[in-house]
Design a protein around this ligand. Structure first.
Ligand SMILES: [Zn+2]
Ligand SMILES: [Zn+2]
Length: 126
């Protein structure tokens, strides 16, 4: 029984890793299309467990709530046209929050960002 649960959790985790960023609906569709033997209830239960174990996280990008496997710190880019989500590495973003600390007298420890625009494929179509 434990073995079976572990395998199903692995299936859910692998699906999320493969999809990169996925809504619950996309994840369910993917698992159904692959005819993997995981019930809806099991998918939801394993999402909760994987979140608790800090193996995946839920991120809000625009209007979407998506799951992704836990990776190094990064930001997101959402294509306004095809809704594709692309990871943006902090080293590629020049941003300095030290002046915020000064002006607002706060101690900023972390921040999150979403960039919006057109992905290379959509930009080329214009
Ligand atoms: Zn696009
Ligand atoms: Zn990401």
């Amino acid at each position: 029984m434990i073995r079976r649960n572990t395998n199903q959790r692995q299936i859910v985790y692998d699906a999320i890793s493969f999809l990169g960023h996925t809504t619950t609906d996309e994840l369910i569709n993917y698992i159904n299309e692959k005819e993997l033997d995981v019930s809806l209830a099991t998918i939801y239960r394993n999402l909760t467990i994987l979140l608790d174990e800090n193996q995946i996280k839920k991120v809000k990008i625009g209007d979407l709530e998506v799951y992704e496997s836990v990776k190094d710190k990064h930001y997101h880019f959402e294509c306004k046209k095809c809704k594709k989500i692309i990871d943006v590495l902090p080293k590629d973003v020049k941003l300095d929050s030290s002046h915020i600390n000064k002006i607002y007298n706060m101690d900023v420890l972390d921040f999150d960002m979403v960039f919006y625009g057109l992905c290379p494929e959509c930009a080329n179509k214009n």
